[in-house]
Design a protein around this ligand. Sequence first.
Ligand code: ZN
Ligand code: ZN
Length: 373
Amino acid sequence: MGVEQNVVAWRRHLHRHPEVSFHEHETSGWIADKLEGFSLAVERPTETSVLARLRTGRPGPTIALRADIDALPIHEESGVAFASERPGAMHACGHDGHTAMLLGAASQLVARDLPGGEVRFIFQHGEELAPGGARDMVAAGVMEGVDFIYGCHLWTPLEYGKVAAMPGPFMAAADFFKLTVTGRGGHAGLPHTAVDTIACAAELVGSLQHIVSRRLDPLHPAVVTVGSLHAGDAPNVIPGEAVLTGTTRSFDPEVRGRIPMLIEEIARGVCAAHGANFELDFQFGYKPVVNEARATELVREVIDPAQLVEIEPIMGGDDFSAFQAEAPGCYAFVGAGGAYPHHHPRFVIDERALATGTQLHVDVALRALEVFA
Ligand SMILES: [Zn+2]
Ligand SMILES: [Zn+2]
């Protein structure tokens, strides 16, 4: 089988056997076996991540390529023949493809005559769950001595055949919050004897939207999304607790720093108005993905000009930023078609994109070995 068929077969194997963030035990073992099959020296920086080094033995730069390997807690409804065999877990973001592409690139690069230096393959666990696996890998030393880091995301809003890699801010900082509203519950028919945490939480959902629409400078993008709201079990009971969780996105560090204070301020005001109490747990997640100019230039140089497109930065986040904090790097989007968005139970990719992504890894690594020599 050629590399392209291998990559498709590997991706389908991974797609059948998804493992959610920080539980990638089989996945990481399987990746390590494949890499050892290419005669690469394999390390396990954390329990469910994998690192492989291709050392030339000659002096030169260290070029790192990264793929994330985790799946999502989603029940697959795509209907593909190689659908998830694990109920409640699905590769609905394309990380199965990322893993297969990087394995394909590794299998090709071991067969190449490299000028010197090292190519390092980083298979990262836990991208989908803040604070993310990247920081654990950085702490384990995987970025030591790295001169350049590259990674890519299969991206279905972008059609197959297109690739985006732009310098500057590319993906937003992604932070997370949990807001717990408490009050004296009681009889639904006697609301005046209770504190209605549901009514208070509902008001909070609306009021939190004022952060972006009224409190922050409209020229600095931000998102506040309440993604879950849980309260109550019965139609005739006012519950004593309502819990909201959500995520916030931004690029500007000052905006990012103000958001938790604004959530706190609004929660204090709304809860005080209704006699409720609250507790805010705010977690800073991922820094924004910001592509370094020179690193991005070399990636753009290896992309066919007919494929290269310019897109707007997106408010999605990725902890690739943790690697970029250690070395100049570029994160690219590889167009993968598809009718449903990432994180959707019917998410599918155009598998032809796997060949594009694999080749790009190889070309970027070879070019970076020259540029950083
Ligand atoms: Zn995702
Ligand atoms: Zn993803």
